[in-house]
Design a protein around this ligand. Structure first.
Ligand SMILES: [Zn+2]
Length: 394
């Protein structure tokens, strides 16, 4: 699983020595076979090795990078990837002993980038789109925390141990002994739930989850929900009954179902907003032509694309900007070339411009939006009109 810390490590990485190599391979099984991705890797590595040898830098760095590229090729040819994974990303710099491999459930366009920093655009855009979901299981004495991300579930094994707090002052303990057993038991549970809530706040701050599911018998789950820190509570997806000893597979199934429900809701909300805006001629557009042109004008705030949508198109050889028509790039004036799937380029460029990219998996509304639509930042001519109006008033 890609942890929050690993992502931070990648983002903050700058090679002091050596060359940072970012490798992406689209292994989407529905359209491609292992044979094809082997050949593709060979081509990518061949070109990258040529590029490395031309670099004007330390001989040792070049040799290490060259070895590293060969190593990547060997690794890919021995890799057998379960079909649920659709791409592999490798970030490496052998001179600094840096090596991270990720198998991802979403396709990313194949490429190799050599630089001092890792090329993270497509990865970050993908990560941003998906939620990290915490599942907290509690009963009256115990608690377990799981983290679900990109379809993978891991348990935080130290969670419960950390919820235990130091003993209370002796005097109080002595007095409590005198109380009726029921009352003491009640206090113990309340105390247990409060420390679970405290511990959850900490894990939330550490980026271990951004959405939470509570699994507990009634009414314990609802009590815990009430004790949550406000921010954590705002991100509660629901309270459901799961046994504290439930096997991981069961926790995973429940978490995936909740995640899907939540994502469908989010998708629907976004698509409705886009439709509403289009209807009143507001801040949204649809269709590949309009969206591509808006992107050319750096005017996309949120991009929604049907998961199964692809389309031939044009892209700039130099800067990668996708185009709907024309011969030269609107940004840099370079020649445009035909690309087999402009949708990848569209998503990548949108991410580069800082837009949110949403792949729509299930909602039929995206079809009526011609498979691709976006919320835009401004309407054509709007700012000039505003300025003119102000000037006239003055
Ligand atoms: Zn260009």
């Amino acid at each position: 699983m890609i942890t929050h810390d690993e992502v931070n490590q990648l983002v903050n990485y700058t090679a002091r020595e050596g060359i940072a190599i970012s490798f992406f391979l689209n292994t989407d099984g529905s359209e491609r076979s292992k044979n094809i991705w082997d050949i593709e890797t060979k081509d990518l590595v061949k070109n990258a090795r040529r590029e490395v040898l031309k670099l004007d830098t330390n001989r040792r760095y070049i040799e290490a990078a060259d070895e590293n590229l060969k190593h990547i090729q060997k690794f890919i040819s021995s890799e057998s990837l379960p079909p649920k994974f659709k791409s592999i990303a490798i970030f490496s710099n052998p001179v600094e002993n840096f090596y991270q491999i990720y198998r991802l459930p979403v396709p990313i366009k194949s490429k190799i980038i050599l630089d001092a920093n890792f090329y993270l655009r497509p990865l970050l855009s993908l990560l941003e789109e998906r939620h990290r979901i915490g599942v907290i299981l509690v009963d009256s004495r115990h608690a377990r925390l799981f983290e679900l991300y990109l379809g993978e579930l891991v348990e935080h094994n130290d969670f419960f141990a950390k919820t235990k707090s130091p003993r209370k002052p002796l005097m109080e303990t002595f007095m409590k002994r005198e109380k009726r057993l029921m009352q003491r038991r009640e206090e113990d549970i309340r105390f247990h739930l409060s420390s679970v809530a405290d511990q959850l706040k900490l894990h939330y701050r550490l980026g271990h989850f951004d959405k939470l599911i509570i699994g507990a018998r009634k009414p314990l789950g609802d009590h815990l929900a009430r004790l949550l820190n406000r921010k954590v509570h705002d991100n509660l997806l629901g309270v459901t009954e799961i046994d504290i000893h439930a096997p991981e597979a069961e926790v995973l199934a429940v978490a995936l179902r909740k995640e899907k429900e939540f994502e469908s809701e989010e998708e629907r909300r976004l698509l409705r907003k886009i439709s509403d805006e289009i209807e009143k001629d507001g801040y949204a557009i649809k269709g590949i032509k309009n969206v591509t042109e808006s992107l050319n004008n750096f005017n996309v705030q949120t991009l929604a694309i049907a998961d199964d949508f692809s389309r031939e198109g044009l892209a700039c050889q130099q800067c990668g900007m996708p185009h709907y028509e024309g011969k030269t790039c609107v940004c840099c004036g370079e020649q445009l070339v035909q690309v087999s799937d402009i949708v990848y380029d569209l998503a990548e460029e949108a991410a580069r411009q800082g837009a949110v990219v949403r792949h729509i998996h299930s909602d039929p509304l995206i079809k009526s939006l011609e498979n691709v639509a976006s919320i835009i930042k401004f309407r054509k001519g709007e700012l000039v009109r505003t300025e003119e109006a102000v000037e006239t008033e003055a």
